[in-house]
Design a protein. Structure first.
Length: 110
């Protein structure tokens, strides 16, 4: 009788654990979705920097609004913005202010 009671308790515990775990689902992800997410991540990481946020605020642009706009951009807009940013060479005379102006212009245009 004790054996059956212990077995019942263990079965109940295992059943509760299996119910609590839930099920995992997997789906195919396209290359364009991965590229789009990478482009979005690069732009967001740039906009989250404190020096960039200070300059955006100095220009009268709300950094939260800029991040919200990036979240609304299409894949083509993200690719275009990243293309403009990657064309700029590091340390070639383009200041952070000029870079921010380019980003702001692209955000405003699109």
């Amino acid at each position: 009788m004790k054996v059956l009671k212990k077995a019942g308790i263990w079965m109940s515990i295992m059943g509760i654990l299996f119910i609590a775990m839930g099920s995992a689902q997997a789906a195919m992800v396209s290359n364009s979705q991965i590229v789009k997410q990478m482009e979005r991540t690069q732009i967001v990481s740039m906009l989250e920097r404190t020096d960039v946020q200070q300059q955006l605020t100095g220009m009268g642009v709300d950094p939260v609004a800029a991040l919200a706009r990036v979240d609304q951009m299409t894949g083509q807009e993200l690719a275009q913005l990243n293309g403009h940013l990657s064309e700029l060479t590091v340390g070639a005379g383009v200041s952070t202010v000029e870079l921010l102006l380019i980003v702001l212009l692209v955000i405003i245009i699109f």
